[in-house]
Design a protein. Structure first.
Lengths: 490, 247
């Protein structure tokens, strides 16, 4: 028996030592000068041929950022970040105008293939009658290099562009909504993003349109020392619907890399946005060396009557996660949902949750959070439910479950409830459990390896959230939970 | 099929099994009986490969291979099935998903092709029907919200689907009413009473042995087999109690 265990332990250690998707592709980069200054902001804006108003917007954010301090209220141990010791802009040197994916840089193609991102498959699948079509606005580093299905989306009237293109082609729409949900002075990281965001995605769904396919964007950090500052803006006009998928993997790096994205969603009357994320940035090695700092601001404004926004996230990566996808429920009868699985292993730290701000009458929200902690990691759910004084008949249901693997990890639940209207009904349930020896042995005695047994039990624990994901993501997410826990038991 | 020689095992450094020897051949059903604390469940766990049940001496071979050198999942793939006295709940994982994953893991380990979704569904429906478990229950999370009797019947469904060579059944009869006992007992006969299979029945009581008739009965006491005999030994135990025999 002991030989068997030793062998397993050694194999697990070897696997843990090599991050499966940790590779670097060799593509010429054109960097912004190292460090952060007004000149950096001007460089980025000039590189992107931005109009004057956009540059001014960025400079205003930069000036504000200089006066701000990084937040320290989260249960995170964040090493000091030297903002001058990083590059803020990197893009493939010649931005190709692609007519098809065949024209894509073969190196980039190979990178995608290694990641298992099935762009070609998706194209093939899209040709099959009845198959759901997935449009990929593939973001390589900071610049969009390939956009597919644009024609079909155009027919439906859907605008799906990189945000740089949108700034040039639809300046009025962008001007109207950019910074409406997350103002430029919102918080330290969002303000930094506002100053230096390199690219991202813009989506506009016109009135009454149901977006004909699920939209997905794959983000990927590829250049050493390059912060990734994505900016996403999705506006769903009256009576429209869109489902947006976002997934990330990142290559192995020794230096810590800062990722400070901003996502803004706007839902008007009767509109619905479903936003799903699978986040698998490089988490650092078993000792906590390296890994991505993921400081993200995601917020939705349910402005219209009967509007609905649903956030689903599966967070397995990053050394440090600071992220609270939130809903401002301003519209009457508006609905906000937050379904989250956050998994931390080794030395990872996650402080994540949501804010449901109820301002509209009869607005409702649901929060389901599943935290999984293994190794020596720390995993915190932090959530706010706020009911404004004029918001009648608000309902909220919150469920926070934590699962612990081993005895050196931490799980914490920090709910904030602020109710200023007596008609509100707020429910909060929380559980903490350990994966039991009984469960592991039972599954193994039926033939599952220890790692498969852990993956199965953890997937069962996270099921309520995983079943919210679109099919394409659910399968990937299930695998990811298993992979992320390899070597964490036994 | 199964050869246990001079088996010593300890839990938390406390010796439980102290020199147990037993041979089980294909086509045989052996009953292990004995008082509480004799080491019956420990024997089941040691054979199943549970962590924390440390073998300190002795050997166990299964089909000529060293069983003790295999991890629990390897033992399952080799054809060993352990029926639990207290089947475990796995929230969020359906019975069907659990069993199909397990079955395919076993098949992969044996170098066989995986079973298709359709074939698996047909197989599980047949086994569930035979044990009075509805497909609705098969789609519910493993053992969650099942009654004691349902859990035990579910163990038999699992055994029927996984189709092992050797079943070690730990107090499969406990907590069953008369009707459920009959269903479970007949399930054991149907699935395991075959020339190429064998059963080790761990039980306190005669009543299961009225349905699954053993070829051999062993009395386990103080970590060793103190007496072996034919089916009549179980009746003698039922009449006279363990005290007289184990002494």
């Amino acid at each position: 028996m002991s030989d068997v265990r030793n062998r397993e332990a050694q194999e697990a250690a070897e696997r843990a030592a090599t991050y499966e998707w940790g590779f670097t592709s060799d593509i010429e980069q054109e960097f912004a000068p190292k460090g952060l200054s007004e000149d950096t902001v001007r460089f980025i804006s000039a590189k992107k041929n931005e109009p004057e108003w956009m540059l001014e917007w960025r400079l205003k954010a930069y000036a504000k950022w200089l006066e701000m301090r990084a937040p320290d209220w989260a249960k995170l141990n964040v090493p000091p970040i030297d903002y001058q010791d990083a590059y803020y802009y990197a893009a493939p040197k010649k931005k190709p105008e692609l007519k098809s994916l065949d024209e894509l840089d073969p190196e980039i193609r190979r990178t995608y293939e290694k990641l298992g991102i099935p762009i070609e498959e998706q194209k093939v699948l899209a040709g099959v009658e009845g198959a759901r079509k997935v449009a990929v606005d593939a973001v390589f580093d900071s610049v969009s290099v390939a956009t597919t299905f644009r024609e079909e989306l155009k027919k439906a009237g859907v605008i799906f562009l990189s945000i740089s293109e949108a700034i040039r082609e639809y300046p009025e729409l962008v001007k109207k909504w950019l910074g409406r949900v997350v103002p430029i002075h919102d918080n330290y990281f969002a303000t930094l993003n506002s100053a230096v965001f390199s690219d991202g995605t813009f989506v506009y769904i016109p009135e009454g349109v149901r977006c004909p396919m699920e939209l997905s964007t794959y983000f990927r950090i590829n250049a050493a020392n390059t912060g990734q500052f994505e900016r996403t803006l999705i506006v769903a006009d009256k009576g429209s619907y869109v489902s947006y998928l976002e997934g990330c993997t990142a290559p192995m790096r020794d230096e810590n890399q800062l990722h400070a994205a901003v996502v803004e969603l706007v839902a008007l009357d009767d509109a619905e946005i479903k936003y799903s994320t699978v986040q698998n940035w490089y988490p650092g090695d078993a000792e906590g060396k390296g890994g991505i700092y993921n400081f993200v601001t995601k917020r939705a404004l349910c402005q219209g009557r009967n509007s609905k926004v649903s956030w689903t996230q599966v967070e397995t990566g990053s050394a440090i996660t600071w992220k609270y996808p939130s809903c401002v429920l301003a519209g009457e009868n508006s609905v906000g949902e937050f379904y989250s699985v956050a998994l931390t292993n080794n030395r990872q730290q996650a402080d994540t949750g949501t804010k449901m701000i109820h301002l509209g009458r009869n607005s409702r929200s649901t929060i389901v959070s599943k935290g999984i902690s293994a190794g020596r990691s720390d995993n915190t759910y932090r959530g706010l439910v706020r009911v404004g004084p004029t918001a009648e008949n608000v309902r909220n249901f919150t469920q926070c479950d934590s699962l612990l693997l081993g005895d050196q990890c931490g799980a914490h639940t920090v709910p904030y409830i602020e109710v200023r209207n007596p008609s509100a009904q707020i429910e909060h349930e929380a559980t903490t459990s350990k994966i039991s020896e009984d469960q592991l042995f039972y599954a193994m005695s039926r033939g599952l390896s220890q790692e498969d047994a852990v993956a199965l039990i953890v997937n069962g624990f996270a099921r309520e959230v995983l079943q919210q994901l679109p099919m394409e993501f659910a399968v990937e997410a299930q695998k990811l939970l298993g992979i992320s826990l390899e070597g964490s038991v036994g | 099929m199964l050869n246990i020689t001079n088996l010593h095992a300890a839990v938390d450094d406390k010796p439980i099994l102290k020199g147990l020897s037993l041979s089980v051949n294909a086509g045989e059903v052996h009953a292990i009986m004995g008082p509480n604390g004799a080491g019956k469940s420990t024997l089941g766990y040691v054979l199943g490969g549970r962590e924390g049940y440390e073998v300190t001496d002795g050997t166990v071979t299964f089909d000529g291979k060293d069983l003790l050198d295999m991890a629990a999942d390897e033992r399952a793939a080799a054809g060993l099935f352990l029926g639990f006295q207290y089947p475990v709940e796995i929230p969020g994982v359906s019975n069907v998903q659990f069993l199909r994953t397990a079955m395919n893991a076993q098949r992969r380990a044996r170098g066989e092709v995986e079973i298709s979704a359709g074939d698996f569904l047909r197989l599980s429906r047949a086994q569930a029907d035979a044990l009075g478990i509805s497909m609705d229950m098969m789609k519910r999370p493993v053992n969650v919200g099942f009654s004691g009797g349902e859990k035990k019947r579910n163990e038999m469904v699992q055994m029927g689907i996984l189709d092992p060579k050797l079943a070690v059944l730990d107090e499969t009869d406990s907590g069953l009413d008369i009707d459920a006992l009959r269903v479970v007992g007949e399930g054991i006969n149907r699935i395991m009473r075959k020339p190429d299979k064998a059963v080790l029945l761990i039980t306190h009581y005669q009543r299961l042995l009225d349905i699954v008739q053993p070829d051999f009965v062993h009395v386990l006491a103080g970590g060793r087999i103190v007496r072996s005999g034919g089916p009549e030994l179980a009746h003698e135990l039922e009449r006279e109690g363990y005290g007289a025999i184990a002494a």
